[in-house]
Design a protein around this ligand. Structure first.
Ligand SMILES: *Cc1c(COP(=O)(O)O)cnc(C)c1O
Ligand code: SF4
Length: 371
């Protein structure tokens, strides 16, 4: 691939480079080399500039600078944590839900996230992109499945393709009658905003399908002036943006940080879409929270920010069973209010169901209210 030629700025890939830049201490270098031998490392200039080397708990460093903790695998962790493999009919395609497929064109990213759920599939050493034959097979699969309404380009990061190649892909997909929506999942607007050129934006605009972009960011500090400008170029071109974040221990697992992130998205005209519970990817336990912590954070967020700022907190069920919202449950049956009866259409008396419903302050109400 021509990746290196189009890369806007130097990317740090070797632990020795991270040490030289002051982003990791020399005493960690040997261990980090072990991690780097197993999982891809890349820190773009834009991301490196965001890291405070004096802060051992820097939330940006925690996402991108490798750590020896990654060498520890916990029970339950799995190389294919969300079961993509079980639903892959041809290389590059994951068809789990009837109406949409993932189409994984490239296996490289601008940066490598330490918590990546596809960490065993992406990075140098793996094939960088689908072969031309595999690409044609993927297209044929989509063509042959008229129930596929939406194609989701993910990977890897589809914005690592050149604008010229991306324009071809978009045209190929939009030419399929039943494909009405093309969604691209990307971290490039924050990791390497200079890649989002006018040519890149033009490549995404295509006749015959609606284009959506899902931006992956986990901390408000990632939305720098340059990142915001890159997002604005997409939105101004008529491409709607949604967000995708991962709930990460020591990165964004407190209410103020999540609030700032969601507000930053909405200020950039990016609708918060998903807050993912951390997947059981190998060597990522130090970055996961518990589901109970996630639910509590979502409950607090509901009380702090506008409805526009609310993502869905989702769990991708291991084994390939898909995503489900696991946000706090506001509704539960109430067994205290069985007094009132109503009547079914057959005239049989049935006990009226009452619920306990929790408001955004945590106070409980009975619904429907008693007369
Ligand atoms: C996440 C995912 C999707 C997209 O799910 P949405 O809920 O539509 O965002 C589609 N296919 C697979 C296999 C996925 O993992
Ligand atoms: S950008 Fe996405 S695919 Fe790439 S390393 Fe990060 S989480 Fe994984």
């Amino acid at each position: 691939m021509s990746r290196n030629r189009v890369e806007a700025s130097a990317t740090l890939r070797e632990p020795a480079e991270l040490v030289a830049r002051g982003l990791a201490p020399e005493r960690h270098r040997v261990e980090l080399e072990k991690v780097a031998a197993r999982y891809a490392v890349a820190v773009t200039e834009d991301i490196a500039a965001l890291i405070d080397p004096e802060d051992p708990e820097d939330p940006i460093a925690r996402q991108f600078i490798p750590s020896a903790e990654e060498l520890v695998s916990e029970p339950g962790e799995h190389a294919d944590p969300i079961g993509d493999h079980a639903h892959s009919p041809v290389a590059g395609i994951v068809h789990r839900y009837p109406d949409r497929v993932l189409f994984k064109l490239v296996h490289v990213c601008a940066v490598y996230c330490r918590f990546c759920f596809r960490r065993e599939m992406v990075g140098p050493g793996k094939a960088t992109a689908l072969s031309p034959a595999a690409y044609r097979d993927g297209l044929d699969y989509i063509r042959a499945h008229s129930e596929v309404w939406e194609v989701i380009l993910t990977g890897g990061d589809p914005l690592m393709l050149s604008p010229r190649r991306l324009a071809e892909v978009m045209a190929d997909l939009a030419a399929i009658d039943h494909v009405k929506v093309i969604r691209l999942h990307t971290r490039v607007p924050v990791a390497d905003p200079a890649r989002v050129t006018d040519q890149m934006v033009a490549a995404l605009k295509v006749e015959g399908a609606a284009i959506w972009v899902a931006l992956h960011a986990n901390h408000a500090r990632e939305l720098t002036g340059n990142a915001r400008a890159a997002c604005a170029r997409l939105v101004d071109a008529g491409i709607p943006l949604v967000s995708q974040s991962v709930l990460l221990r020591g990165v964004n697992d407190d209410a103020a940080t999540l609030e700032a992130l969601m507000r930053a998205f909405v200020e950039c005209r990016i609708k918060p879409y998903y807050l993912h519970h951390g997947d059981l990817a190998p060597g990522t336990s130090h970055l996961r929270t518990t589901l109970v912590q996630g639910q509590e954070l979502m409950r607090v967020l509901r009380g702090r920010v506008s409805g526009l700022c609310q993502p869905d907190y989702v769990l991708d069920i291991p084994g390939g069973y898909g995503k489900v919202p696991v946000g706090p449950n506001y509704l539960s049956p109430s067994n205290s209010g069985s007094a009132a009866n109503s009547f079914s259409t057959q005239g049989e008396p049935v006990p009226e169901l009452r619920y306990r419903v929790v408001d955004y302050c945590g106070d409980v109400h009975i619904y429907p209210p008693r007369q």
